[in-house]
Design a protein. Structure first.
Length: 95
């Protein structure tokens, strides 16, 4: 799910959209981390990258608790774009 302007006028809409975007990115990283861990020969460098990126997303999710409208919108846009890029990358390569 990506941020949707249809919900922009609802109370908490921006924050909910931001949380949804960050959680979707976290889920993508979780899936990739699990796949690496289950691999017969895990790519330790990729696993470290994925784990670090998931940690960044966790930090962003926590930052939403005290974020103002501008920071919330920034996080929502950043993670919506990141999710789009991850999904496009995933369709181009077998991860």
């Amino acid at each position: 799910m990506t941020p949707n302007s249809d919900f922009a006028d609802l109370p908490g809409g921006d924050e909910d959209q931001a949380r949804d975007a960050v959680k979707e990115v976290m889920n993508w990283y979780n899936t990739q981390i699990l796949a690496q861990r289950r691999s017969p020969v895990p790519d330790e460098e990729r696993l470290a990258h994925l784990t670090g990126a998931r940690k960044e997303a966790t930090t962003a999710l926590q930052a939403l608790d005290g974020a103002g409208p501008e920071e919330t919108a920034r996080i929502a846009a950043l993670y919506a774009a990141r999710l789009k890029a991850l999904r496009e990358k995933g369709s181009d390569t077998a991860s």
